[in-house]
Each structure stands twice: as structure tokens, then as C-alpha cells.
Design a protein around this ligand. Structure first.
Ligand SMILES: [Zn+2]
Length: 282
């Protein structure tokens, strides 16, 4: 995975490793998550699958389940035309290494025993096809996200956290409310996701994508749902919020809203889930 961040050049850490974020300690002896490097496709595949499972379980912890709705995808490192996804009709809390599904862009299950989510395949397949550099996506029908999506409005820059989505989220009105099972609908959504980190699909729900990792896509999905919740609370209060100015929002987006920071945030969740739910590895 490639880390990207703009901003001042930081001195390397004491082990000579490049630092791209101020959060990375200069003292390399301190315990701190390191982005992995892989010796083989197999090793990278295992990592991606484990983090996909953890992302599903993080969605469970956050209450993002709604029947069979919701799907997360990560490309296979060796065969990028294929992607790993959660099985259809399996609760996020019960997704594990052994029930993941490997699918192609035509929606055929290449590996795995379970069916895949047809709507998920159309949406994710279309984005993965349109943008070869997008490697991961998340989608779910969440309470606050879906509620905010009904307004057809983008998020206001009410906080540093919301600024992660500054000029990087799209409001998609086209095909609003229709179950996205038709290829045409998927392509129209895919085009509009474009270079954005996130999409608010009107009358439907939230989507995030990542060119970095499933960790990045999953964390910013959680952050997006939270931003929608906070926005609704403010709207309901009737109090007019003070908004970040453009310069501050752009600064926050670059320094605390990068794809690396999304990955880094998610490591907290990954370690918690790996420690408390060891059946994820089965
Ligand atoms: Zn959906």
C-alpha cells in the first residue's frame, strides 16, 4: 500500500524510516503501528482478507447491519480483476476468513461457498472497473447516514473530523432510492464517485472508497456516519454552528484526513477485534 500525504517534509525516524505524518514517532523503539510490507502475494492476500473481516466486524460493533444490506470489498493483490467481499446474508459479526467470497466484475463467485450481494456487486464492480486504482469500498444502510442522505445536501464543515470530507465527498441524486441492481445505475454512481473519498447516495446510504486499503475505506465510513449524526444533531438543535473556513478545512483534510490517517485510525479497531474475536481468523 502506498501512503500519501502532502505537507511539510518530516525527518525520518531513528531507524531511518520515512515519516509522512506528524503522528509517527521519531523514536523508532516506541510501539506504533507500521504499514506492512509483503514478501509475497499470498502474504498480502492474507493481510487484506483479515482486515476485510475486521472491517465487517467493526461495522457490526457500530450497529451498521440492516438485514443482508451492506457490502465491503478489497481487490485481490495478485489478480486485481477479482475482489474479496463479505458473503450474502451473513451478519457482519459472523464474517470470517473461511466464508469470504472472491468474485469477478461479472458477479461470478470464483472462490467461496456463499452467494454474493447482487446490488453490492453492481455498485462495487462498476467503481472497481471505472477506477483501476480504487482497491477497496464500503457500503451500508446506516441510520444517520441514510437519514442525512435524504436531504440531498453535502456535509457542512462543522469539525476537524468532518473536514476529512472537505471537497472529497459527492452527493449523488441520480437513481436515488432505486435499488441499484441494474448495471446502468451502478455505472452512473461509479462515475460520480470519481476522485471522492465518499459518496452520499440520496435516499439510499453511504459509500466510501480507497486507493490505500480496506482499513482506510472502513475507518472513513465510520467517520462519515458519525459526521452525519453530528450534522443531524446540530440541525435538530436549531443552533447555527460556526463552520471551519476553507483554509482550515483544507489543512485538516491534508494532515488529519489522509488515507494513511484512515489506515492508522483503523489499527486501533483491528487490534481490539483481533484480540476479542479470535474466531475471525477461522
Ligand atoms: Zn445499498
Amino acid at each position: 500500500m502506498k501512503d500519501t500525504a502532502d505537507g511539510p517534509v518530516l525527518a525520518p525516524d531513528s531507524a531511518g524510516r520515512e515519516r509522512i505524518s506528524i503522528y509517527q514517532p521519531e523514536d523508532a523503539s516506541l510501539i506504533f503501528p507500521q504499514t506492512p510490507e509483503f514478501e509475497s502475494h499470498e502474504e498480502e492476500r492474507t493481510y487484506r482478507k483479515q482486515h476485510l473481516v475486521a472491517a465487517c466486524r467493526a461495522f457490526d460493533l457500530h450497529g451498521f447491519d440492516y438485514g443482508f444490506a451492506g457490502h465491503l470489498t478489497i481487490r485481490d493483490p495478485e489478480r486485481p480483476e477479482l475482489y474479496w467481499t463479505n458473503p450474502m446474508c451473513v451478519h457482519f459479526s459472523q464474517v470470517k476468513m473461511s466464508n469470504l467470497v472472491l468474485a469477478d466484475h461479472q458477479g461470478n463467485v470464483v472462490e467461496g461457498r456463499h452467494a454474493l450481494n447482487r446490488a453490492g456487486f453492481v455498485l462495487h464492480g462498476a467503481v472497481h472497473e471505472e477506477y483501476p486504482d480504487v482497491i477497496a469500498m464500503c457500503h451500508a444502510h446506516t441510520v444517520y447516514g441514510t437519514a442525512w442522505c435524504s436531504t440531498g445536501r453535502p456535509l457542512d464543515m462543522i469539525s476537524q473530523d468532518a473536514a476529512a470530507f472537505y471537497k472529497s465527498h459527492a452527493v449523488i441524486g441520480a437513481s436515488a432510492g432505486q435499488v441499484a441492481v441494474e448495471k446502468e445505475s451502478g455505472m452512473s454512481v461509479a462515475k460520480q464517485i470519481g476522485m471522492n473519498r465518499a459518496a452520499l447516495h440520496q435516499n439510499h446510504g453511504l459509500l466510501t472508497s480507497s486507493r490505500h486499503s480496506i482499513d482506510d475505506a472502513a475507518f472513513w465510513f465510520i467517520a462519515l456516519e458519525r459526521a452525519c449524526q453530528q450534522q443531524l444533531i446540530i440541525e435538530q438543535s436549531g443552533i447555527k454552528p460556526q463552520l471551519l473556513d476553507d483554509k482550515t478545512a483544507a489543512y485538516s483534510r491534508e494532515h488529519v484526513g489522509s488515507d494513511y490517517i484512515g489506515w492508522l485510525h483503523f489499527q486501533t479497531l483491528y487490534d481490539h477485534i483481533a484480540a476479542t474475536q479470535p474466531d475471525m481468523f477461522e
